[in-house]
Design a protein around this ligand. Structure first.
Ligand SMILES: Cc1cc2nc3c(=O)[nH]c(=O)nc-3n(C[C@H](O)[C@H](O)[C@H](O)COP(=O)(O)O)c2cc1C
Length: 228
């Protein structure tokens, strides 16, 4: 499968979430060899969407000639868009918001109601494309924290989406906590292997990955050390 990893963490390769993403991809590769390209959004020159709708008036051509042009051109070559990002202020990082807005040329002005949701029609046939979100959380729980990011992803990609939330993700960057993080990365690797083999992840596994690695109260008391 051809996979495009879109890394929305401003920390690029040093991202906590990317530890989970690399484990997931290792699992996918065990299921079947994958062809993966990673884009660190922080390293790209991507301007804000100007909201001019030129792309809708000019058959998908954006007025801005920046790195997004090449990315948009190659998206149809992929079968999986894997969005790897930290939860920031309960939602997706600004870098990723920018990316989503600049994806507008991939749709057309014409809209339809699909079920309960109005959406614009795709400019090309994207039916073979799947969408996966791996989101690292600083807090130990989703509730009253990550709901906006989950809802945004479902609304953006109502078709074939899979969501993997990874709480307490700052633990991944502490080598001395490897005894705690290794088993969790192993579960994430298993999730990748399942996804690579079947296209989905069993809910028991997703829930196991959602459970805190360190009990909530203890983890919260460790947070100041974790950002050292
Ligand atoms: C500006 C900012 C806002 C954040 N907001 C949240 C939040 O709303 N909820 C949460 O669980 N973690 C939040 N975090 C913590 C990050 O999600 C956490 O540090 C994560 O491990 C960073 O992942 P990364 O290294 O992949 O960027 C925030 C961090 C920053 C810097």
């Amino acid at each position: 499968m051809k996979i495009l990893v879109i890394n929305g963490s401003p920390k690029a390769e040093a991202s906590d979430t990317m530890h989970a993403t690399r484990a997931f991809l290792a699992g996918m590769n065990e299921a079947a060899p994958q062809e993966t390209e990673v884009i660190h959004l922080i390293d790209q020159r991507i301007g804000f969407c100007r909201g001019c709708f030129s792309c809708w008036k000019n058959e998908g051509k954006c007025i801005q000639n920046d790195d997004m042009r090449l990315i948009l051109e190659k998206i149809p070559d992929f079968e999986l868009l894997l969005f790897s990002f930290p939860l920031l202020c309960h939602g997706r990082p600004a870098l990723l918001q920018l990316f989503y807005e600049r994806m507008l040329p991939l749709s057309r002005v014409e809209s339809e109601k699909f079920g309960e949701q109005y959406d614009h029609l795709d400019r090309m046939d994207f039916t073979r494309l799947r969408y996966l979100m791996i989101c690292g959380l600083g807090f130990p729980v989703i509730s009253h924290n990550a709901e906006p990011a989950i809802e945004q992803f479902k609304l953006a990609f109502p078709e074939d989406h899979t969501i993997l939330m990874v709480p307490e993700s700052p633990l991944f960057h502490s080598p001395e906590l490897e005894a705690v993080t290794r088993p969790r990365l192993e579960l994430i690797r298993q999730a990748g292997a399942q996804y690579g083999a079947t296209g989905s992840i069993e809910s028991t596994l997703t829930e196991a990955i959602l459970s805190p690695m360190i009990p909530e109260e203890k983890y919260i008391s460790m947070l100041p050390e974790l950002i050292e």
